[in-house]
Ligand binder design. Structure first.
Ligand SMILES: [Ca+2]
Ligand SMILES: [Ca+2]
Ligand SMILES: [Ca+2]
Ligand SMILES: [Ca+2]
Length: 325
């Protein structure tokens, strides 16, 4: 019942269009990033693959479309290294085990993470036809997703984006839509993800966000981030945390820190804010982040903060504490 109760709250707030694009509007992140498999990790991608899930409400009966902005790796937006020689493959999975298989949520891409039924796939190199344009997968029948009504309120689809050759950086955006030619939100649908790779803004005045959900079983959060290039700070805002710092990585390395969960933070979202370093002029900064709970399980980020964007309450606040290890 606990998860269902969350989703009643969630569906109410996600009626807006904000939940459909990835990166989401509330996240204020310009693009997702995936490099070709021969890319250098120092450019900001540790494993050349990204996995994003979408959930479509069980009462939605019309076909859906999954759309990709700038699916090519070339021309504008993307990050060139030598010649444009990168091939990027996008695959959509549904059916049994697409989401529920243990390996589907494994950050190390081990085992059968391509679980479920392959519903569509296409690969792209550099091509003006797809540069700064949308490519549309579908129509897809919502019931082709994996039916997980208790956990996610409906049918779940998995999108795997892999850099199968080359060394350039692919920047792109995803959106779920009711229409093949424009982004028209599917009411009540939302995206979620466990390990997130993206590009920070070049403008140091922009603040990006991610919104993990802290369920009632989470007692502590261990965050890991990669190749942040010491670009400013990452901090947590919640009902009990007024900007608790997360340890930040440098060039081509990981950093992690452990954060205790206060009882008042359970069944709410964290607002993890990424604030760039002023005056440092760090451009093209690609980064990776994920969170785990005390059981070493990944914590979900949602495209819309469940329960709304949290605000610090002075009556609850704990003394800020960061444990580095
Ligand atoms: Ca290249
Ligand atoms: Ca492009
Ligand atoms: Ca691209
Ligand atoms: Ca970086």
């Amino acid at each position: 019942m606990h998860k269902l109760a969350i989703f009643y709250t969630f569906i109410i707030i996600s009626l807006s269009a904000n939940a459909q694009p990835v990166p989401a509007i509330d996240e204020n992140i310009p693009h997702l990033v995936t490099f070709g498999k021969d890319g250098e990790s120092a450019w900001g991608d540790n494993d050349y693959c990204q996995v994003i899930f979408y959930s479509v409400p069980q009462d939605h009966t019309e076909p859906i479309f999954i759309r990709v902005y700038d699916p090519d790796t070339g021309g504008e937006i993307d990050e060139q290294k030598g010649e444009w020689d990168t091939r990027m493959k996008y695959s959509i999975y549904g059916g049994k085990n697409a989401c529920s298989a243990k390996d589907a949520k494994n950050i190390n891409l081990s085992g059968n993470y391509k679980s479920g039924t392959l519903l569509g796939t296409k690969s792209f190199t550099a091509h003006p036809k797809y540069d700064q344009k949308w490519y549309t997968f579908g129509p897809i029948n919502p019931t082709e997703g994996e039916f997980l009504p208790d956990e996610y309120g409906g049918y779940v689809f998995k999108i795997i984006i892999e850099g199968i050759s080359g060394d350039d950086g692919n920047l792109y955006n995803l959106s779920l839509s009711n229409k093949p030619t424009e982004n028209q939100p599917v009411e009540g649908a939302f995206a979620f993800y466990y390990k997130y790779k993206f590009r920070l803004h070049d403008n140091a005045n922009e603040i990006s966000h991610i919104y993990p959900f802290i369920d009632e079983n989470v007692q502590s959060v261990k965050q890991s981030n990669f190749d942040w290039d010491n670009d400013g700070i990452i901090r947590i805002i919640s009902v009990a945390k007024n900007g608790e710092f997360m340890k930040i990585s440098g060039d081509d390395n990981w950093a992690n820190s452990l954060h205790q969960v206060h009882p008042s933070e359970k069944n709410k979202s964290y607002d993890i804010q990424m604030i760039k370093k002023k005056g440092a002029d760090i451009k093209n900064n690609n980064v990776v982040i994920y969170l785990k709970n005390q059981y070493d399980e990944l914590i979900e980020f949602y495209s819309v903060p469940i329960g709304g964007i949290p605000k610090y309450k002075y009556s609850i606040g704990m003394k800020p504490k960061t444990i580095h290890n």
